[in-house]
Design a binder for this molecule. Structure first.
Ligand code: 4NP
Length: 169
């Protein structure tokens, strides 16, 4: 692992209790496995569940694949995040639009010269789920939680290939 400051990635969904904490744990695990100097966090565009642990169904499905979500806690996306992170990844198009709107607020708050995070879709480079939303599993069944894991694994792998080139590993 390099001693340089890690490249900072923030995964964002609506509640920060299902999709983005899953993305955080999966992406972190795969970056560690690839020895990539990337730090991952997650947040929600809403403030529905501040301080809450991930949904128990997300935790259970993730645990079966070896990911431990139990220590994660929900928080809302804020303008300061655009200063602190290099890349903000939206789980779906509605969240993408809300993240873009908050970036405009951040530009007004921090000024035109502030270096603010890039924004992209989680699936931006994923050949298997290209530009597809990660569907919200909250009101659905077990399949939805498995699909979130499938997409997070697949899209994280695709991002790692992009970041390996960008960060010149
Ligand atoms: P998430 O799922 O955005 O993947 O965390 C949701 C969790 C909670 C709600 C919506 C989506 N909710 O309406 O409370």
């Amino acid at each position: 692992m390099s001693s340089q400051t890690p490249y900072q990635v923030l995964c964002v969904c609506l509640g920060n209790i299902c999709r983005s904490p899953t993305a955080e744990a999966v992406f972190r695990h795969l970056c560690d496995e690839a020895n990539l100097n990337v730090a991952i966090d997650s947040a929600g565009t809403s403030n529905y569940h501040p301080g809450k642990a991930p949904d128990s169904r997300s935790q259970q499905h993730a645990k079966k694949r070896g990911y431990d979500l139990s220590a994660l806690r929900a928080r809302q996306l804020k303008t300061q995040d655009f200063v602190e992170f290099d890349l903000i990844l939206a789980m779906d198009y509605e969240n993408l639009a809300n993240i873009q709107a908050l970036k405009i607020q951040a530009q007004q708050e921090f000024g035109a010269n502030a270096l603010l995070a890039d924004i992209a879709l989680m699936s931006q480079h994923d050949p298997d789920f290209f530009e597809q939303a990660v569907p919200d599993p909250y009101y659905g069944g077990a399949n939805g939680f498995e699909l979130v894991l499938d997409q997070c694994e697949s899209s994280s792998r695709a991002w790692i290939q992009v970041l390996q080139k960008k960060l010149k590993y």
